[in-house]
Design a protein around this ligand. Sequence first.
Ligand code: Q9C
Ligand code: ZN
Length: 670
Amino acid sequence: MACGTALVYDEEMMSYKLLWDDPECSIEVPERLSSSYKRLQDYDLVKRCIQLPVREATDEEITLVHSHDYLQVVKSTQTMNEKELKEISQKYTAVFYHQNSFRCAKLSLGGTLQLVDAILTREVQNGMAIVRPPGHHSQRNQGNGFCVFNNVAIAAEYAKKKYKLERILIVDWDVHHGQGIQYIFEEDPSVLYFSWHRYEHKTFWPYLRESDYDVIGRGKGTGFNINLPWNKVGMGNADYIAAFFHVLLPLAFEFNPELVLVSAGYDSAIGDPEGRMCATPECFSHLTNMLMNLAGGKLCAVLEGGYNLRSLAESVCMTVRTLLGDPLPRLTGEMTPCHSALESIQNVRAAHTPYWKCLLYNEIKSAHDPSSEGDSQHSSDQQQNFDTAMFDIFLDSHMKKIEFAVPPLRTCAVLPEGCCLALPDGVLVEEKTATREHIIACSSSLPNELLEKETMLATLGKMLVILNKLLEYQTMNSIVLSPDSSVCATFAIKHVLASPVKRLLCINIGDLGILHEFDNDGEYVCLNICGTYPTGMSNRQIYLKWTESPNEYSSFFYIIFCCILPLAYNYQPDFIIITTGSNRTIGDKDISLLISLLQGLANGRILTIIPETEPKLGQKLVKCLSDSPGEKHFGPHRAPSLENIQNLKEKLDIIEKEWKMLQCSGAVND
Ligand code: Q9C
Ligand code: ZN
């Protein structure tokens, strides 16, 4: 079984640089690599990764995408003098060549391909290549935007050819449009390309009409090119996360890729002089975590841009740390996407509605015409006044506040007598139990007769021990197989509400019977996903009617991304309790996917309660909670039924006014 995270790095890729004065290219410096690597060492991340050596890419590999003529041009730069180098550089846009450029570009591409090989031969689960020159702007016949060879595009062609892959997802979170990648795969339905990029109505580099949301691919590739233009600077965590929930992830899950390649540029992070965006480093943990649930976890991140050395380094570390499976830092701050972001999201959804089943019922509103909008105050490109040092100060204090604590235990389990699950590493079966008096003291309003049953007492006793471990962060998560989900959930909710935990999120799947009343001494939100609505509901209880049909592919990913995760990210819980009851139509895989994604919240602090009659579900969830390798195969999926959508839409119309992350159009705020 594939496990481990690979890291590709070689300081030789620092051996080229800009030799003359060119303000357009001066930000692409060798230190981009060393400062990222240094930070990875500071955080002890390098030694936890499997180091892969770089190699030179071959001519054959380079010409998978580039013309022989362009290859010859780059080759010829090896022996040029400075004047000649400058001349050849000026034939292209925003790119510079050095005598070592060819060598470094071969290593950058070769390193990327090494990583693809390691992942596709199952030597490792995932990995990151810290390389330069970057790749996503370079094209068949030309270098562009600091890029010499298109590392990620070639990696996709290489994977298609060598491993016979039929579906590859490329996620380009660099702040620039990877137009090079778009051109290469425009007509290719086997590569789904997603890029968000600073656009400002075509006033930002590379100033291309074809970067807009309505450019969606051509011929057989129609619908497989997704452009999400940002028309304002200052996009932040909420905007990026909303873009993932409402655009990328539903389409990506429907696409069901066999490999995820990330054009991982960090000029989209806070403090970058090019991007001028506001997303903090830990946002990249969340983006990475979500993508790790595609393609059986086969994710290959390849560095592109990123020009604020501090922000770049921290963001790279967040990505690698997440690939390693560490708990994610919390995303803090207001989880409200801005109006301009919602407009862009709405536009790209509308443009893709004909091509994706998961968008089938997207209300086709008249798409906003960007050319008619005049928001001049944001469209300036004044590099001079941008104070990078200010962001260093911000990042210093910001990074100090982020909790990197990894609890001593990953997963604790309460199992019924005689139950034997095959437990992966890192799972502890709780044997200690709280005293009878202690249990009774903690279950004041539970009906006494419930506590009569010995098996119930035994479960509650052990669960109490585990709850305290969770609250003290002695264990990251836990699972309880219980004789009565409803009683256990009530007990756990009460206990957590009485603790210092500020916000508790409960998710109930299936019928739970009566959840006993809670006092109002703590805040919680309870999301119930079931086949029927009960009568009488409070505003803390949200009921979502959703059913899956047995023996069919699942469509549960739809409600996860359009509703459950946006709600959860909006709420920012400190603790999550997820319970399954009877009559559940939601499948084991669906619950695994949900749990896997929810681990991005509450520092991964999740208590899972399932009926003891479902050891098979328990087996799956325990693997998912303990992050054992090879458990993230969730596809293929199918389109949701009209009935499910209608039920959901009705509910969303009501609650999206309060929960801003649910919005996927600019209309609501108008
Ligand atoms: N004021 C990558 O991020 N424009 N390339 C520079 C400077 C070119 C970006 C303008 C930006 C190229 C890989
Ligand atoms: Zn960039």
